[in-house]
Design a protein around this ligand. Sequence first.
Ligand SMILES: [Zn+2]
Length: 258
Amino acid sequence: MGDLPAHGPVTLDLPVPVSALAMGAHPDDVEFGCGATLAKWAAGGCRVHHLVLTDGSKGTWDVEEDPAALAERRRAEQIEAARRLGGGDVIFLGLPDGELQSGLAERRAVCEVIRRIRPEVVLGHDPWRRYRLHPDHRHAGWLAVDAVVGARDPGFSPDLGQAHRPSALLLWEADEPNHVEEAGAGAAAAKLSALVAHRSQHRTTLGIDEDRQSEVEGTGNGIEALRRRLERQLGTHGRLAGLAHPALGEAFRLITDL
Ligand SMILES: [Zn+2]
């Protein structure tokens, strides 16, 4: 895979925010999208909050798997993943996996979280990403954007607490990335470790074959392959901001005109 196309100037590194809210459609989306950035910020003193919109109950290839049990297992995995990124509370909206909508009810639910937590930076999926197939990711992107506006304007949902305007919105898997957060070796390792915490996703999303996996995490073929895959991706993103090999980064669409 080649370098990402740049769209205009690419900025590097926001100041470490006091607080951040990262919202993903499913357990593991936040780790893929911005895990290294959150790990770096947490190490720098940022209060990190995670919001997981759906229950992840369809995240399996096994039709025999009990959806309620899987959702419960994924909650525990998500809490462990957040811990591996340096901590932070995890809020679960628990909406049905695969059926996420971005209507008024969902927007209000996210708006309430933003007004309660009052994050300096919000991170989420890019709803404008072209050819994105998974509907939950598209809707999660719209919710990130629409709920920021809903939380910002006092005339919207006055029953949901005092309005709050974040200073920046960072959208991952960006259609037109214009910002990179540099990821040091520690942050990249935390991202890998947090992804590996999602054990229920090893076969489906992470490409880790449990049967061939060493008991010691980090030494098995599957995890090593994931590490190389992440390193390639982080290297590609880092080059977008002109970072020279072996520097790593996570690319975003940064919107500060909020
Ligand atoms: Zn997802």
